[in-house]
Write a protein that binds this ligand. Sequence first.
Ligand code: NAG
Ligand code: NAG
Ligand code: NAG
Ligand code: NAG
Ligand code: NAG
Ligand code: NAG
Ligand code: NAG
Length: 519
Amino acid sequence: MLISIIFLLVLSPFVSVAPAAEVFRFSSYYGDHMVLQKAPAKAVVWGFGQTGAEVVVSLSEPHKGSASSALVVNGIWRTTLNPVEAGGPYNLTASQNTTKSSITLTDVLFGDIWICSGQSNMAFTVSQLINATEELAMASKFPNVRIFQAALEQSSKELIDLAGVEVPWSRPTAKLLGGKPFSHFSAVCWLFGRYLYDTLNYPIGIVETCWGGTPVEAWSSPRALHKCGLKSSESSVPYSPLPVESNLLLNVSEKWKSSVLWNAMIHPLLNMTITGAIWYQGEDNTNYNRDDYNCSFPGMIDDWRMAFHEGSGGQTALDFPFGFVQLSTFRRKDQHDGFREIRWHQTADYGFAPNERMKNTFMAVAIDLPDDKSPWGSIHPEYKRDVAHRLVLGARAVAYGEKNVSFQGPFPSQIVLNQFFIRIVFNQDIKVTLDDDFFEICCFEEKKCGSDENWLPSSIIKHGLNYVFISIPPPCSDASVKAVRYLWTDWPCKFKACPIYSSDGLLPAPPFILAITKQ
Ligand SMILES: *[C@@H]1O[C@H](CO)[C@@H](O)[C@H](O)[C@H]1NC(C)=O
Ligand SMILES: *[C@@H]1O[C@H](CO)[C@@H](O)[C@H](O)[C@H]1NC(C)=O
Ligand SMILES: *[C@@H]1O[C@H](CO)[C@@H](O)[C@H](O)[C@H]1NC(C)=O
Ligand SMILES: *[C@@H]1O[C@H](CO)[C@@H](O)[C@H](O)[C@H]1NC(C)=O
Ligand SMILES: *[C@@H]1O[C@H](CO)[C@@H](O)[C@H](O)[C@H]1NC(C)=O
Ligand SMILES: *[C@@H]1O[C@H](CO)[C@@H](O)[C@H](O)[C@H]1NC(C)=O
Ligand SMILES: *[C@@H]1O[C@H](CO)[C@@H](O)[C@H](O)[C@H]1NC(C)=O
């Protein structure tokens, strides 16, 4: 809090009271201790200045020779640096010829930038973790993982620059990471950055821009919403901030106007060159435009990719890697709270990621990480280390192309009907930890499979290296089986005890619902 107050005081003459566009400065998210995107991409650097002036941007040795310059147009200058390999620290200086003034950012590193966005499970702070003290004590051992956090702001128009900064670019400290619950700094974002640093060994910049209790529509541009047939402003109810999303009612969506966070917390960042993004959101859509999430979520990813690519002048990849956390659990008994549908829709109804519709994505499955003892409510499981580990496996495989990294749990590759059982063959070897009734089958016409009462529990009767046999309970027969589903409730498993895992026991098979085609 203190930090944000100080920062606002410093910036307020320039940011809140907008007119001083001629003041020569960097935009809000360029600062001392920052990470700029490393080679082969080129970092974009921009700011404000006197219209008509020339601004020259240069790095300290050994890159002093390669300065880039820009004219200030409509009070804004923008340069693209030559590619710089990972490393640092450097000083980055911008000089404006008309005022003969220069401004310098110190302790700048080059590395990979990841955006972290979503709702409260992304906002969940390091201080809220189990054994937070241990994690916080480690902060200063990672001076090359740099953190930045946008302030909670919303806007009805697309903003050019952030309206506020919660944590300016900083080296991590226990104090910055260990803010009040849901303030700063995101546990999933931090752990993702820290684990990634462990495997890459070069600087990582993590940018937190998230807000508890928010639906995907708030983070989506009107353009993206339109493509899914969603109105660009669904609600006219003024927003009243809640510190944390309600634990009992997921009914806060109505308070959010579409696109307000896209406008204020994503659009300003588009001009920065980034490596990728991670996302933990969906709870708030279990009760709000749920059936559209299979369009709105993949659509938002497409739109962000296009916009970051364009905003960085082509430096951010058009298909930049996008990782997300599949929803964990909320209510133990309730089968109708929409979590299973959102989990499925998060994958564009494929069940796994990446897939045809969602290329270059990766998913951390969290259905086996329930936490009914979480002091933050069961909707906020504390097991963020597991989530971050699984995300980093996905990033290593998908974003960094590491060949030998297993990051997906088993998924059916073939379902074969036999007279007395159904054989489900998986795309990898499996470990079966228990043989309970986690499968269900529907043997009515397709329409009726929409209704839970027409699903019958089916048990694993046999399993092998990469397959299970599940039963066909009466009155179903092999000829009548239409569909099979797995883990199709809000809270199917105990902690890390779903029935089917990868052979090393680490990655759970994600939930699925699959129609059976006759052979
Ligand atoms: C950056 O500038 C500071 C003074 O502002 C100086 O002490 C430091 O040595 C410079 N660092 C580099 C890498 O040039
Ligand atoms: C600054 O650079 C601009 C663009 O090159 C030029 O038009 C202007 O005369 C320069 N001003 C000064 C004071 O050098
Ligand atoms: C917390 O720390 C204790 C003691 O070091 C350890 O036994 C336990 O496994 C840790 N829990 C987690 C979730 O890391
Ligand atoms: C949630 O919002 C809907 C629509 O405004 C309303 O009808 C319903 O009563 C609300 N539910 C709760 C539990 O507040
Ligand atoms: C999304 O899911 C709904 C049902 O929840 C379905 O009717 C629709 O066809 C799906 N749309 C896409 C694009 O997959
Ligand atoms: C940032 O990118 C957006 C989208 O391409 C563009 O409209 C805007 O002018 C850019 N801002 C700056 C400062 O270059
Ligand atoms: C790939 O991973 C497996 C299991 O961890 C290991 O046994 C094997 O040596 C690895 N292969 C290569 C080429 O790194």
